[in-house]
Design a protein around this ligand. Structure first.
Ligand code: PLP
Length: 357
């Protein structure tokens, strides 16, 4: 069977392109001697996580406990939960420790104390990274002294074990110009380095520093403070990341959609709307035409203008999502194809919708 026989709309993953992306990231990290802990918030598949581990990944990152649980149940032995753990989720996290080596991040002394209490009464010690705000101004404790203070609290609290620092520069991933991206990334990693020095000067070792995504991992390698990088999007890429210049990764993810109506001149209506492809980072690109543009036309419909040639209802068109993570989360499975367009089978997106516990 080839892709032409696939139903529309379908989320299609080119496994050959996926493998090239996985191998490229793994070999860059291997050559640099830095640990690779891919973020599964992008692909949400324990099978792809397994490929990443087989290529040398030291574990994975998960954004939510539900995602971490799916990975642990799928056999991933080491998971870093990169979003702050809150009291309502602590017992579930402690239970998950029985299934995988789970590390959590904290940015709040009271939350840390509560985690320590619950872990102690369960008779376990939870490994903890102090999350440092390196400029995204989302989560994290401020660099320098505030981070040291939380580290000190951590070392004095039973039930938790200080393992290191996380500092994720999400606001820099899409700085399109490589020189500018390099400059702002290096100064951000310097904040992490200064914080590490402050903590070590106070007599606490910082064995683990985790940071960086697809847009910045090379600069994390160049800077040297990070022991580990946590890129996610490189597996699939998307039309927004395609604008980030100098990244050696290719689109492996597409939405195959079908034309449903051609009655208005100058436009085609396709069967991919908001329920099929996300648009918060702009419209998806139309793969085979640089002139054509897509605009959402409702939950179930999209409008394509500027496409040359004659099209009829039932024709197929390829879209490149503008944001891989949120598009993937709309689908139950990937339709896997190879470079030759052969259909290889369906892969469940097992952590799809696992946005909570
Ligand atoms: C904490 C954290 N680490 C790593 C990543 C991966 O970044 P990217 O998908 O840009 O590679 C993300 C993505 O949102 C993230 O939130």
């Amino acid at each position: 069977m080839t892709f032409e026989e696939l139903d529309t709309p379908s989320l299609v993953l080119n496994v050959d392109a996926l493998n090239r992306n996985l191998e490229r990231m793994a070999s860059d990290c291997r050559a640099a001697g830095i640990a690779l802990r891919p973020h599964v918030k992008t692909h949400k598949s324990p099978w792809i996580a397994g490929r990443q581990l087989a290529l040398g990944g030291v574990g994975v990152c998960a954004a939510k406990l539900g995602e971490a649980t799916v990975m642990a149940q799928g056999g991933v032995p080491d998971v870093l939960l990169t979003t702050e753990l809150t009291p309502p989720k602590m017992d579930a996290a402690i239970q998950l420790l029985g299934l995988t080596r789970l590390t959590v991040v904290v940015d709040d002394a009271e939350v840390l104390a509560e985690l320590g209490r619950r872990a102690s009464s369960a008779g376990v010690e939870v490994p903890v990274l102090v999350d440092v705000n390196v400029g995204q101004n989302r989560c994290g404790v401020d660099p320098g002294e505030p981070a040291l203070e939380l580290v000190r609290t951590c070392t004095r609290t039973g039930g938790v074990g200080f393992a290191g620092l996380q500092g994720y520069e999400g606001h820099l991933q899409h700085v399109y110009d490589p020189e500018e991206r390099r400059r702002v990334s290096l100064s951000t990693f310097e904040l992490l380095a200064e914080t590490k020095q402050t903590i070590e000067a106070a007599g606490v070792e910082v064995p683990w520093v985790t940071t960086a995504g697809t847009g910045t991992y090379r600069y994390a390698i160049e800077h040297g403070v990070a022991t580990e990088v946590q890129p996610g999007s490189y597996v699939a890429m998307d039309s927004n990341y395609a604008r980030v210049r100098d990244l050696p990764y290719e689109s492996s993810l597409f939405v195959l959609c079908g034309v449903v109506s051609v009655n208005r001149p100058g436009q085609l209506i396709v069967d991919a709307g908001w329920k099929t492809v996300s648009t918060e980072d702009g419209p998806p690109a139309v793969r085979d035409s640089s002139e054509a543009t897509y605009a959402p036309a409702g939950d179930e419909h999209g409008r394509i203008t500027g496409l040359a040639g004659k099209h009829r209802p039932g024709d197929q068109l390829w879209l490149v999502p503008s944001h891989c993570d949120t598009t993937i989360n709309l689908h139950d499975h990937y339709c896997m194809i190879n470079d030759g367009g052969e259909f290889l089978g369906r892969l469940p997106i097992a952590a799809r919708g696992r946005i909570a516990n």
